[in-house]
Design a protein around this ligand. Sequence first.
Ligand code: AMP
Ligand code: GLY
Length: 353
Amino acid sequence: MDVTKKVLVVGGGGREHALSWKLAQSKHVDTVYVAPGNPGTSTETKIVNIQIKATDIEELIHFAKNESIDLVVVGPEDPLVNGIVDKFTKLGIKCFGPTAKAAQLEGSKAFAKRFMQKYRIPTAAYQSFSDPHAAKEYLKNSAYPMVVKADGLAAGKGVLIAENFAMAEKSVDEMMTDKKFGDAGTTLVIEEFLEGEEASFIAMVDGVNILPLATSQDHKAIEDGDVGLNTGGMGAYSPVPFVNDAFQKKIMDEIMLPTVHGMADAGMPYRGFLYAGLMISNQNEPKVLEFNCRFGDPETQPIMMRLSSDLVELIQACFDGTIESFPIEWDERTALGVIMASSGYPEKYATGL
Ligand code: AMP
Ligand code: GLY
């Protein structure tokens, strides 16, 4: 394999701490730079924080060129959707993640729904709208609850589960007319409400082949007993007891393989971490709630804790097109991550503490 001495991790959350912690353990790596990193990454050996924002692609390129970075690993969706992989690749710097086109799977919910419909990937029935009157007319005649989603990136806040028409109508006004999420709300996806158990399915993809990672599940509600507001995840654990080998195969056959083959067929082959957020019905039928073009946060933390293999070698296998046959090894023990959040999260809360 190529020599990979210097790695740049893009992002500053718990996910990027876990990724850089794992990358720093690789026998191929001398130094992991994290942009911007966080107080956690600053305490690790072989890890150096650099003060560049994850969204500042030009500065990241400048740094990577100056430091002769061998591999870039991108944590969050923003830079991926904005083409960080395309830009690094053009300069001949290896950057792990999907291209801007492939990252549309997360960057545009309308794109993802159209794609799933075309390639017969199970997901909630939906309509998309760019006219608020048409959206309201449709919602007036719907059975509740209904789910209203901003098409674009909205930091995990662009989804509303409407219990009735009044709530749904208000969300259309907020997203489309008041531009609560900026341009992300120009188009809305309105879909049926699915019931069941949510699970995350995360894999490494080399454009053609897929290697599923250990199963994980995040805990969405802020309060004990699942009664609080939805968050990006208050913690996560791995493995998930209800996702056994047979069920994992079903998810691969019905969702992951058609997705990766469909993306290649559509001329936008997918390389990177691919995350399918699933709703599993009481009849054990999985449907896609969303795709993420990146690793989950906080799912990364317990998964990295359990990964025994060398992450640099796994990523290299994605560049070589050999991920499917990678002899990945896991620690059998369960791993659990807990988020400590500022009081008031996910609404109004203090940051920088
Ligand atoms: P998303 O960003 O699309 O995954 O939506 C965020 C959260 O909203 C999901 O993790 C689910 O808890 C919930 N959600 C999204 N779509 C649906 C749906 N069609 N039915 C029920 N819950 C949903
Ligand atoms: N934990 C949910 C996500 O990463 O999107």
